[in-house]
Design a protein around this ligand. Structure first.
Ligand SMILES: Cc1ncc(COP(=O)(O)O)c(C=O)c1O
Length: 400
C-alpha cells in the first residue's frame, strides 16, 4: 500500500528540524485570554498583539458585541442551512444592505468566509475556456478559485503593469478575460498600482476583480480600499472582501454593479452548498460595517501608527518589505527560517505577538515577521513594541 502521506515528508522533516533546536512552535500558539484588540494572555504572559489583521479594532467595540448578543438571543446560535434554503435571515439581508451602502454599489453577496468568496466568484464567472490573468503573488483563495473553475491561468510578475499588458494582448481573440488583483498584498504590505492596471485591463476588454481584504475600512477616504484611494473604484467589476480583518468577525463578500449579478446566488457552488453565517456573526458584521463608514479618526490614527512603526524599525536597522509604509502591514525580512523563528520566540518572550511567515506563502522564498497594526494601538504601545524589537533583535543578532 502506498503511503499517501509520503508527499509531506520534506515538510515533516523541516518542522522536526526546527523544533529540535528547542524553539517554541511558532504555528501552535494558544491565546489563553483576549483582553482587547491589542492585548492577550499567551503562556501566562500579557502579550501585545501585532499580528491579528484586526486593523480597526472592532472585535471589542461595545455596539458590535451588543448586536451579536442580541441576535444570539433572538435568532439562536446558527441557521443550519444554505443561503438558498433556510439560511437567509433578516440579518443576512441587513448585512448585505450595509455592504451596498458602504461601497455605494448595487449588489452584495455574503459568503461564509473570504476564502469562499474568492473560490465561489472566480470559479463561477471564469470557466474552462476563459482566461484569468493574475498577479503571481495572489492569495491562495484566488488560485484555488481559478483551479476550481478550470480556467486558463496566466500569471504575471508582481505589480508589473507592462507584464500584465503583454499577457492580456496574448489572450486569443474573443476569449473571456478576467484580471484578478489585490489592493494590498499581505505578505510585504505593498499596494497595487490599480489605476494603471485597471486602465490596461479595460483597454484590452477584460473584466476586473479586486480583492480588498487588507484595505477595507482603512485605505481610501471612505475606507473602500485601494481602488477608492486611486480613484478607480467605478471601473472595478467585482470587489471581494472579508469580515475577518477590519470588520472584526468572520465571513466574506463580493460587491458589484453588474446588472446580472444576482444570478450568482443560484449558480455559485461555495455559496449554495454550505451553511450560512450564524445570526450573531452577520449582526456583528453589519454593525461594524456601518460604524466603519464613520471612522475617519481611527483611519488617521492607524496611518500614524503605521508610519511610527515603519520609521522606528528602520532606524533600528531592520530590513523591511517596503521603503515607505503603504498599508497597516509592516513586514520585517529575516535572513532565514531559523533566525526568523528565534526572533519570533524572542519577541514572544518580550511580550509581543507577530506572525511568522515562510515559503510557500511568502514571495521569493522569504521568511518574514509580519506586523499588522491596529487603530486601537496607542502611540505609547507602538513605542513599547519598538523597544521589544530592539531587545529581541540584539538578543538574536538580527541587529547590532
Ligand atoms: C487577500 C486575501 N483574500 C482572502 C482571504 C480570505 O479571507 P477569510 O479569512 O475571510 O477566509 C485572505 C485571508 O487571509 C486574504 O489575505
Amino acid at each position: 500500500m502506498s503511503d499517501l502521506f509520503s508527499k509531506f515528508d520534506d515538510l515533516i522533516a523541516m518542522r522536526e528540524g526546527l523544533l529540535s533546536t528547542g524553539v517554541t512552535d511558532p504555528f501552535n500558539l494558544v491565546m489563553e485570554r483576549v483582553e482587547s484588540p491589542t492585548v492577550a494572555v499567551c503562556n501566562g504572559r500579557r502579550t501585545i498583539l501585532l499580528g491579528t489583521y484586526n486593523y480597526m479594532g472592532m472585535t471589542f467595540d461595545p455596539d458590535v458585541v451588543a448586536a451579536g448578543k442580541k441576535a444570539l438571543d433572538e435568532f439562536g446560535s446558527g441557521t443550519t442551512g444554505s443561503r438558498v434554503l433556510n439560511g437567509t435571515y433578516q440579518g443576512h439581508r441587513e448585512c448585505e444592505d450595509a455592504l451596498k451602502d458602504f461601497y455605494a454599489m448595487d449588489h452584495a453577496m455574503v459568503f461564509s468566509t473570504g476564502y469562499q468568496a474568492n473560490l465561489g466568484i472566480i470559479s463561477t464567472i471564469a470557466g474552462k475556456d476563459d482566461y484569468i490573468i493574475l498577479d503571481i503573488d495572489s492569495h491562495a483563495s484566488i488560485y484555488d478559485g481559478c483551479a476550481m473553475g478550470n480556467a486558463q491561468i496566466v500569471p504575471f510578475r508582481h505589480n508589473d503593469i507592462e507584464a500584465l499588458e503583454k499577457r492580456l494582448k496574448r489572450v486569443p481573440e474573443g476569449a473571456g478575460k478576467l484580471v484578478v488583483l489585490e489592493g494590498v498584498y499581505s505578505m510585504l504590505g505593498d499596494i497595487a498600482p490599480l489605476k494603471e492596471m485597471i486602465r490596461v485591463s479595460k483597454e484590452n476588454g477584460a473584466m476586473v476583480l479586486v480583492d480588498e481584504a487588507h484595505s477595507m475600512g482603512f485605505i481610501g477616504e471612505n475606507g473602500r480600499g485601494v481602488a477608492e484611494a486611486q480613484g478607480v473604484i467605478d471601473d472595478v467589476d467585482f470587489i471581494i472582501g472579508t469580515f475577518s480583518k477590519s470588520v472584526g468577525t468572520v465571513g466574506g463578500f463580493c460587491v458589484s454593479n453588474h446588472p446580472k449579478f444576482e444570478i450568482l446566488r443560484l449558480v455559485c457552488r461555495p455559496y449554495v452548498f454550505t451553511a450560512s453565517l450564524p445570526p450573531s456573526v452577520v449582526a456583528t458584521a453589519a454593525t461594524s460595517i456601518r460604524k466603519l463608514m464613520n471612522s475617519a479618526d481611527k483611519r488617521a490614527h492607524l496611518w500614524e501608527n503605521s508610519k511610527r512603526l515603519h520609521a522606528g524599525l528602520r532606524q533600528l536597522g531592520f530590513k523591511l518589505g517596503t521603503d515607505e509604509p503603504q498599508s497597516a502591514i509592516i513586514a520585517v525580512i529575516m535572513p532565514d527560517l531559523e533566525t526568523g523563528a528565534a526572533m519570533w520566540e524572542a519577541l514572544l518572550n518580550e511580550g509581543l505577538y507577530v506572525n511568522l511567515a515562510r515559503p510557500p506563502a511568502t514571495p521569493a522564498n522569504m521568511t518574514l515577521l509580519r506586523c499588522s497594526l491596529c487603530a486601537e494601538h496607542t502611540s505609547e504601545q507602538v513605542d513599547e513594541i519598538l523597544g521589544m524589537f530592539a531587545a529581541a533583535g540584539r538578543a538574536t543578532n538580527c541587529i547590532s
